[in-house]
Design a protein around this ligand. Structure first.
Ligand code: MG
Length: 390
């Protein structure tokens, strides 16, 4: 672990921020980079990784090949980084760390979004299951093979801590034996992650609620009338029209864009204000003192409720829309078929060259790393079936 190395990027950070100079270091010690802080270096390693490049061809909610206008995991990750950085700055938190966590947070996602994950989890049930958040850490810790002396990207503790949002307690205890005081520790102790990690988590929520409204409307799966039943949307629908009456006579896309912008701003300002009040009250004097507190980065109770209502609406009306569930069903079949065919015919996949661990885990790593279109093509090659017409 590296010791104290002052870094100019730490100037201006609050006492409760993660300072690069006080990083708990990397699993394998490395000399500091001459021009970059530890977290800038993490960000750069993530951007240059193979898993990051694949995010452009992975689905968020809509299937990647359905159109060029919708979010992919890559554009989603960039939006999370943008929102996270701007909020971090206002709270005196480390923007570089937030950016690194944001860009890495979805690296473990399978093709086809949550449908793909559920199918792979079911296939892996007898072998320890599959969870995308654990997989994101596995990608940066083990699966990227780019360095001569180690597997993975050898990221700083704080970036890895932020990537690992959830961890089953038995697994955390096992990790604590292998890597004492590591990323599993907080789950054992019941502590919070850093404020930067908490912030990125909520930036993720703000981003996907907003862009699912935008993509949902753009795709025609959600109507303006439906969206207006959600309080958060309707409040800003009214304020946008009151301030810009001409929006009523323009194509509705402009109105929705303005409403989404207002929803984003309202959540960002609410989060900054509520979090600043909670931080002032707790007055942590260091990042570790902040970790020992309940989560301090938060929305006001009213905004939390508004966000929950929005999520419930999106779940019922968009994620459960017949057109989405029909594709999700086909996606689950692709993943399940690939898993069973590869299991039966190891010659069909690069079993030796892929991943680390038991054959079933290596297979899960291989499938999880696929882009949507590669999975579709492989499925067609192996089954002769075309589940997603071009
Ligand atoms: Mg996300």
């Amino acid at each position: 672990m590296s010791g104290f190395v002052p870094h100019a990027r730490d100037a201006g950070l609050a006492a409760w921020a993660c300072h690069a100079a006080f990083s708990r270091g990397r699993r394998i010690d490395e000399p500091p980079a001459p021009t970059r802080s530890a977290f800038q270096r993490d960000r750069d390693r993530i951007v240059h990784s193979t898993a990051f490049r694949r995010l452009v061809y992975k689905t968020q909610v809509f299937l990647n090949h359905e159109g060029d206008l919708f979010r992919t995991r890559l554009t989603h990750s960039l939006e999370v980084a943008q929102l996270g950085r701007s909020m971090a700055h206002s709270l005196g938190l480390n923007e570089d760390l937030v950016e690194a966590i944001a860009l890495a947070h979805d690296l473990g996602h399978t093709p086809f979004g949550h449908a793909g994950q559920d199918a792979l989890d079911a296939c892996m049930a007898p072998h320890g299951g599959f969870e995308h958040n654990l997989q994101s850490l596995r990608v940066v810790d083990r699966l990227e093979q780019r360095y001569p002396a180690w597997d993975g990207l050898n990221l700083s503790f704080e970036t890895r801590e932020g990537i690992l949002k959830r961890c089953p307690i038995e697994l955390a205890r096992r990790w604590e034996i292998e890597e004492p005081a590591g990323v599993g520790q907080r789950f054992v102790l019941g502590h919070s992650p850093s404020l930067e990690a908490q912030l990125t988590n909520l930036a993720d929520e703000i981003a996907y609620n907003a862009h699912d409204v935008d993509d949902g409307f753009r795709s025609g799966l959600l109507t303006l009338g439906q969206l207006r039943e959600v309080a958060l949307f309707e409040t800003h629908h009214q304020s946008a029209l009151a301030e810009h009456p001409r929006l009523a006579s323009l194509p509705p896309r402009r109105l929705v864009a303005e409403i989404v912008r207002r929803m984003l701003s309202a959540q960002v300002y609410d989060l900054i204000e509520a979090s600043r009040a909670a931080i002032d009250l707790a007055a942590p004097q260091s990042a570790d003192e902040a970790r020992a507190q309940p989560r301090l980065v938060q929305f006001s109770p009213e905004m939390r409720q508004a966000g929950t209502e929005m999520k419930r609406f999106l779940f019922g009306s968009l994620y459960r829309h017949p057109q989405v569930t029909e594709k999700a069903q086909a996606a689950r079949q692709v993943v399940a078929d690939l898993f069973s065919i590869y299991r039966a015919k190891p010659a069909e996949w690069p079993a030796e060259a892929t991943g680390v661990g038991e054959p079933s885990r290596r297979l899960a790593d291989y499938i999880a790393g696929m882009t949507d279109r590669f999975a579709i093509r492989e499925h067609q090659r192996l089954t002769g079936q075309r589940l997603f017409p071009e």
